[in-house]
Design a protein. Structure first.
Length: 265
């Protein structure tokens, strides 16, 4: 989503599961143009941060609740890098298969846990009278597909759903799901792929699926997908350029040092 577009749109209902510290531009746009924004985040430290950011915004709701395909309570695992926190624990092979010399995260470990409320989204929607959702963004660290399953029949009332999929040969979290499983679930419920982009050194992929009930015009859908994909590519290229330059410089310096050591020997 590009938050600046919200100023031109009718009131939207947006749900973020795994909001972490929030998207400041999205929060500002929803505050200014009175779009409804529901932010699910079980990590108490991040909940406090979100509440500070959204104070005084009547259409923004911070919910210290985890989302999965059941209602109840569970232990939420806090990671040493807390944006990796999850209802799931890390896979046994995470430190063997996911640590990389050029990635800033050097080990994967859950360092704490907190008991939290867990809700299904269909339960939450019924309780709060939410009739439809324009965009559901999910970043639940290995739990994404179970969040989608929690919609039940209410999946038909969601326009677009964004999930994060592991595309590495080894999962980061236990009980992870595959891209094929996600595609099968969405296709069975009348969704099709809209846009996608990779991250985490091409080990994960964000995919936005659109509901054909809300987007029935195939030609227009293909056009908007192409435009959005181009805009995202340009944006990420600009944002990531400093990081790419820094990593390239580091690699070249290491190679030059190695050549000098060999030459001196």
């Amino acid at each position: 989503m590009f938050p600046f577009l919200l100023r031109f749109q009718k009131p939207q209902t947006i749900v973020e599961v795994g909001a972490f510290s929030g998207d400041d531009k999205l929060i500002d746009a929803c505050r200014r143009y009175r779009h409804h924004l529901y932010l699910f985040e079980p990590n108490p430290q991040r909940v406090a941060e979100l509440r500070r950011k959204t104070a005084g915004a009547p259409t923004i709701h911070v919910l210290p609740i985890a989302v999965s395909n059941y209602d109840g309570r569970a232990n939420f695992h806090i990671s040493c890098y807390d944006d990796c926190s999850s209802l799931q624990d890390f896979d046994d092979g995470a430190n063997r298969n996911w640590v990389h010399p050029w990635h800033p995260y050097k080990h994967f470990e859950m360092v704490n846990q907190v008991e939290v409320e867990v809700t299904r989204l269909d339960t939450f929607f019924a309780r709060h009278g939410i009739r439809s959702v324009d965009l559901l963004e999910i970043d639940a660290q290995g739990e994404d597909l179970r969040v989608v399953e929690s919609l039940g029949e209410r999946i038909r009332d969601v326009g677009k759903i964004q999930i994060e999929v592991n595309i590495h040969s080894s999962p980061l979290y236990r009980n992870s799901f595959s891209r094929a499983e996600a595609e099968t679930l969405f296709a069975a419920n009348g969704f099709e792929s809209h846009v996608s982009w990779k991250q985490s050194m091409n080990r994960e992929e964000n995919i936005v699926f659109r509901n054909r009930r809300f987007y029935p015009h195939s030609v227009l859908n293909r056009l908007t997908s192409s435009l959005e994909s181009f805009a995202r590519s340009a944006y990420f290229a600009w944002v990531k350029l400093p990081r790419v330059i820094a990593v390239t410089g580091t690699v070249l310096r290491h190679k030059m040092r190695g050549q000098r050591v060999e030459g001196g020997a």
